[in-house]
Design a protein around this ligand. Structure first.
Ligand SMILES: Nc1ncnc2c1ncn2[C@@H]1O[C@H](COP(=O)(O)OP(=O)(O)OP(=O)(O)O)[C@@H](O)[C@H]1O
Ligand SMILES: [Mg+2]
Length: 153
């Protein structure tokens, strides 16, 4: 399994907190959605997220990385609503880090990378907000194989 060669995975990281990574990630995702007119997904993979991206998007009960990683079925257009939220008014897909500030993002890096690879079969652009604390979970996005050229994404 590898990232679909027709899909682009773009990860946003920053050296320190509060510099605008999440707002930039959201704007970049909307720009791809509108300019490219292609299915686009935004993932909040910031380990220190307390749901800030949920507030930026205005989504109250989003699907989270935990929901995505717990899903055991095959991810396809038909099953997408079980693992991805849709931004109201647009077709931007969204997977949150956490539902609210009481939760913490603690998913398996290997499983998360596998699920992102699965989602690349559905979404042409995947924007990932990594935050600024780069643990093995965030670094796992570097290890997602590209079936196209064999390079890191
Ligand atoms: N281009 C911008 N111009 C002015 N203010 C901005 C800009 N981008 C973000 N902000 C503001 O800066 C603050 C921090 O933005 P944001 O949450 O995107 O940063 P962050 O780097 O993701 O922070 P964190 O490290 O906490 O995740 C917010 O109040 C946001 O509204
Ligand atoms: Mg942020």
């Amino acid at each position: 399994m590898a990232v679909n060669p027709n899909s682009h995975l773009i990860a946003i990281a920053g050296g320190k907190g509060g510099v605008g990574k999440s707002v930039f990630s959201a704007n970049l995702a909307f720009a791809f959605l509108m300019e490219m007119r292609a299915p686009t997904l935004l993932i909040d993979l910031d380990s220190q997220s307390c749901g800030d991206q949920n507030v930026i998007l205005g989504i109250r009960e989003p699907k989270t990385m935990q929901d995505l990683c717990n899903f055991t079925g095959a991810i396809s257009q038909q099953t997408l609503s079980a693992v991805v939220s849709n931004h109201p008014g647009t077709n931007l897909g969204y997977v949150a880090a956490v539902k609210n500030r009481d939760e913490m993002l603690t998913v398996s890096p290997e499983l998360a990378a596998k699920k992102i690879e699965d989602l690349s079969n559905v979404y042409k652009f995947i924007i990932v907000d990594l935050g600024n604390s780069l643990t093995s979970l965030q670094m796992s996005t570097r290890k997602i194989d590209s079936a196209f050229d064999g390079h890191d994404s």
